[in-house]
Write a protein that binds this ligand. Sequence first.
Ligand SMILES: CC(=O)O[C@H](CC(=O)[O-])C[N+](C)(C)C
Length: 293
Amino acid sequence: MPAVSPAKDFLAGGFGGMCLVASGHPLDTIKVRLQTQSKTQPLYNGTWDCAVKTVRAEGFTGLYKGMAAPLMGVTPMFAVCFLGFGIGKRLQQKSPDEKLTAVQLFNAGMLSGVFTTAIMAPGERIKCLLQVQQASSGPQVYKGPIDVVKQLYRAGGIASIYKGTCATLLRDVPASGMYFMSYEWIKASMAPPGQEAQLSPLRTVVAGGLAGMLNWCVAIAPDVLKSRLQTAPEGTYPNGIRSVFMDIMKKEGPSALFRGLTPVMIRAFPANAACFLGYEVAIKFLNKVAPNL
Ligand SMILES: CC(=O)O[C@H](CC(=O)[O-])C[N+](C)(C)C
């Protein structure tokens, strides 16, 4: 079998990211709306209520609001994510066929989380602002992703576009470690001996879906901090995520750190199953059409 190269990881990862957005965005919209709605006058009672109210008020396309930004951001982000994981693995291998331990896979995943933050942090900022404004009854401040970037830049320069970078690192470094370690581990433990390297759609879907859910077990609390910080009016949290954390603990208690867990978990399985399946199919395709890439 031809070796997987950084270029193949990059291209196949990008395709995996497109599959993830297409299958997971509606539940991501619900998650952000639940996480950021007012505590005193909540618009929605839960996941289903949010889905029904969104479809009634905005049609099915309401669930896909803000998808242009993740598609533009997630495709290169997953390309970099799989590239980073591949580099992380190669840095620890003495030979290309050497099997890595669970800890080494976790380390490679963490490196991928560092790589992706440069794209992920502004992408999440734009996406969350668009998702939240659509849910509010007030005037629409942003016309679309480009308009968000323009307005943020005008108001606070690059620093405003990159607001939430530490929160994104806090979320994605350990979560990416868990993501890739659990994917590789579950996929290998489901394979009959000697067939670990062969593509099996069922194994890929199960391992990818479960890896997505385990990744979110680690990511959910920092994700709530990140979404709050990135969507709050300027000056609300002077000490960044520390202020968000103190504010949540004081006003809402620890359970607020798990807001949006239901839609996150419902989305995580199909979205990440689609992502890993897209990645593996793209690698197989690239190995066939461009073995020396
Ligand atoms: C927290 C997050 O973005 O998780 C990604 C998967 C998903 O469900 O969107 C994986 N990763 C952290 C590796 C980018």
